[in-house]
Design a protein around this ligand. Structure first.
Ligand SMILES: CC(C)(COP(=O)(O)OP(=O)(O)OC[C@H]1O[C@@H](n2cnc3c(N)ncnc32)[C@H](O)[C@@H]1OP(=O)(O)O)[C@@H](O)C(=O)NCCC(=O)NCCS
Length: 404
């Protein structure tokens, strides 16, 4: 069977809220956030009628409560997709949404369907990380992993141990630049194009969630220096150089290149390949290094071919190590996260993978000379995921192109 070309036609996300009672999504259900994304993808692309969507795939780390009952199916029904549209949910923790996209793309490539919606959601306010998980006691009793492996912040401290040349000051400097880049991208109106505003009920009444809550544009190096290190006494990892705890949903519209052409849609980028790889759970943040190497080995490409990189900043140390391994310039290589990253946007686990792809899609529009772009992220318990896309927006155009 010959694989078919899979293209990403559009993508959109909700703003990312702060998890907890102060977050604007506290009274909003996770599945309603997914519905918002699905409806917006269809609104922006009226050539795609709901009847044409054959598969709906969603990632979430906690698959219960308002994220339970097979989100892919529940959100399809709630969003008004036809009964005939099948749906399923996946979990690869932080890379749940990324995996939803690659699963849907694989179905399309192999001819199982022509058009799919895929994405990720995480309401970390309703579902604090790992709160209801019951890890098998053998993990610790048989020393399959150390206790650190179950705390993501501790795995980041472990990375500092493993690469002592990556100091706290470097992590803070990286975080400072991440905040600055997000502030600049907001000022230029770039991030707003990636978001669907959502009217939500909060303690202050109805508000429109149309801007991420997490960014701290006022961040200074001096301010970062003074923060506590909650994961280790006199450690290196702080609230300032970590991603936060957040709520959000992101999704994309995928189809065959052929279908996009027939519907008169402008595909934004084409899937070139993807790879996942495992590493020791205690250093989970290292994951994007082997997954990206595996991806390059399988596609015959290298970092020299890649003009844009969207790396999920779970922790600054992990981003810096990736940069060092691939010869990128510290602290802000122009190719990597040009609009900043999760340290400022926040990281609602499974929602982050599609966010990387959505930003890549918009950045490709601004950079028609760039051919390949990479989306990559680390995953709890020791994995990395990497997805390579080819820019199909090869003539200069404003990045708001698709119906925004
Ligand atoms: C690091 C972490 C524990 C911090 O949680 P928190 O304490 O609720 O975070 P807060 O936003 O309240 O920040 C803590 C303090 O740092 C301050 N702070 C945070 N970022 C700052 C910045 N950029 N500049 C200055 N101060 C900052 C806050 O103002 C707050 O100060 P306060 O205690 O005086 O109120 C949490 O964000 C976390 O666990 N992050 C990692 C998430 C994760 O593991 N994801 C999965 C990845 S694989």
């Amino acid at each position: 069977m010959q694989a078919r070309d899979v293209v990403l036609v559009d993508g959109i996300r909700t703003a990312f809220g702060k998890a907890g009672e102060k977050g604007f999504f506290w009274f909003t259900r996770a599945d309603d956030m997914v519905v918002k994304v699905i409806r917006e993808l269809l609104r922006r692309n009226p050539q795609v009628t709901p009847e044409m969507v054959e598969e709906n795939v969603w990632g979430a780390t906690t698959q219960e409560g308002d994220q339970g009952l097979t989100l892919g199916r529940t959100s399809a029904i709630l969003a008004g997709l036809p009964d005939a549209c099948s749906g399923f949910s996946v979990d690869r923790m932080c890379a749940g949404g990324m995996t939803a996209v690659t699963c849907a793309a694989a179905e399309i490539a192999l001819g199982a369907c022509d058009i799919a919606i895929a994405g990720g959601v995480e309401h970390m306010g309703h579902h604090p990380m790992g709160a209801t998980a019951e890890p098998n006691p053998r993990f610790l009793a048989d020393r399959l992993v150390s206790e650190d492996a179950l705390s993501m912040g501790k795995t980041a401290e472990n990375l500092h141990d493993m690469f002592p040349e990556v100091t706290k000051e470097m992590a803070d400097e990286y975080a400072y630049h991440a905040q600055q880049k997000v502030a600049r991208a907001y000022q230029a109106g770039k991030i707003q194009r990636t978001l669907v505003p959502m009217t939500v009920y909060t303690k202050e009444g109805w508000v429109v969630a149309d801007r991420d809550q997490q960014p701290r544009p006022e961040t200074t190096m001096d301010g970062l220096k003074t923060l506590k290190t909650p994961f280790r006494v006199q450690g290196n990892v702080t609230a300032g150089n970590s991603s936060g705890l957040n709520d959000g949903a992101s999704g994309v519209l995928l189809m065959t290149a052929d279908k996009a052409g027939k519907l008169g849609l402008t595909p934004r980028m084409k899937l070139v390949g993807f790879a996942y790889a495992g590493v020791k759970a205690e250093i989970m943040g290292y994951g994007p290094v082997p997954s990206t190497k595996k991806l390059f080995a399988r596609t015959g490409l290298s970092m020299n071919d890649v003009g844009l990189i969207e790396l999920n900043e779970a922790f600054a140390v992990q981003a810096i190590i990736f940069m060092r391994e691939f010869g990128l310039k510290f602290p802000d290589d122009p190719r990597m996260n040009p609009w900043g990253g999760s340290i400022a946007f926040g990281h609602p686990l499974a929602a982050s993978g599609p966010r990387l792809m959505i930003q890549l899609m918009h950045q490709f529009a601004e950079r028609p000379e760039v051919r390949y772009g990479l989306a990559t992220m680390c995953v709890g318990l020791g994995q990395g995921g990497s997805v390579l896309w080819e820019n199909l927006q090869t003539t200069a155009q404003p990045s708001a192109a698709a119906g925004a």
